[in-house]
Design a protein around this ligand. Structure first.
Ligand SMILES: N[C@@H](CCC(=O)N[C@@H](CS)C(=O)NCC(=O)O)C(=O)O
Length: 312
């Protein structure tokens, strides 16, 4: 059995979502630190160009996006469930809303000048410039643009009031019932992000039921992790064979076929294409086979939803 390897950095909200999901399932994992800005030569040797954070590696299988990382973790250990039985649609849909709408509102609020000044107070000015340029580039080739700060300020209190209202009901301990699900982790990582600076933390802390729920969700912890160098992670990919393909019929609504050379990219942002041979296309997952001198043959996995396939 291969180890679970998370490529991430401490301040990334989506990485926090992945760490919490690992903690929820009480898994052991290896932690590889990646840079928060491009270039990321070790990460992109594994992914073929996907640059977003985090990425999960299991031997020679590379999982992009927390929406799919969640499904891989569910396959690793079924209980407790991230997608509880009978709530599969509600859990995935609420998570998707939080990961897109709620997250982009949080980004606007966190990156407002007053908050940035505090967040980057101890960071050299050159890095702040590099970071701003990198994030402008991240959004340059995708379908979404940043939420204007005024709009985020306008919408945020309504989101929090709705959440507060639901959580205030005695029976609603977590968003979909008595146990956490992926929906809780997707909402929580956005709030965790705002809590990181005193300028934006009141946007969470002034809602007592929300704060109490957030403390419980963050309280699941991160499981047990140990550090791993990027070099060792690449070597582990090189020495491993990709896992067997899913036991599901290859089916693509746009007629892409098994063995076709394609590129796959996120639609929203960070839309850098990854080229390879399409070896699997299912309802939730797309898999590309590609190789790199440093990793050998790897299978790069993407969620179906929110990613597009192009012929090459
Ligand atoms: N839908 C993706 C979004 C990931 C995402 O936006 N990650 C941010 C960090 S929280 C990112 O990649 N920022 C640029 C970077 O880390 O290079 C997921 O669920 O993993």
């Amino acid at each position: 059995m291969h180890e679970l390897i998370l490529h991430h950095y401490p301040t990334s909200p989506f990485a926090e979502k992945a760490r919490l999901m690992l903690g929820f399932k009480q898994l052991s994992w290896r932690s590889v630190m990646i840079p928060p800005v491009m270039p990321k030569p070790d990460l992109t040797a594994l992914t073929g160009g996907y640059r977003r954070t985090p990425v999960l590696q299991v031997g020679a299988d590379i999982y992009c996006d927390t929406a799919l990382i969640a499904r891989r973790l569910e396959a690793e250990k079924a209980t407790p469930a991230l997608f509880p039985e009978g709530q599969e649609f509600a859990a995935a849909t609420l998570a998707k809303w939080a990961d897109s709408v709620l997250f982009l509102n949080a980004v606007s609020l966190v990156f407002q000048p007053e908050s940035m000044a505090v967040r980057f107070a101890q960071v050299p000015k050159e890095f702040v410039q590099t970071f701003s340029k990198d994030r402008a580039q991240l959004f340059a080739n995708g379908s979404v643009s940043r939420v204007p700060l005024e709009q985020a300020k306008n919408d945020w209190p309504t989101f929090m009031a709705r959440l507060q209202q639901q959580l205030a009901r005695e029976e609603g301990e977590f968003l979909l019932g008595s146990a956490p699900s992926i929906a809780d982790f997707s909402v929580a990582h956005c709030l965790w992000f705002l809590r990181a600076t005193p300028v934006t933390s009141p946007l969470v802390d002034t809602y007592p039921e929300v704060s109490a729920w957030l403390a419980k969700v963050l309280g699941v912890g991160h499981g047990s992790s140990s550090e791993l160098s990027a070099e060792d992670a690449l070597r582990m990919a090189l020495e491993a064979e990709p896992a067997a393909l899913p036991d599901e019929t290859f089916a693509d609504p746009n007629g892409f076929h098994e063995g076709q050379q394609v590129a796959i990219a996120a639609v929203d942002y960070g839309a850098d294409p990854v080229e390879g041979e399409l070896v699997f296309a299912g309802l939730e997952e797309l898999i590309l086979r590609r190789s790199d001198d440093r990793t050998g043959v790897v299978h790069v996995h993407f969620p179906r939803v929110g990613y597009r396939i192009e012929a090459r």
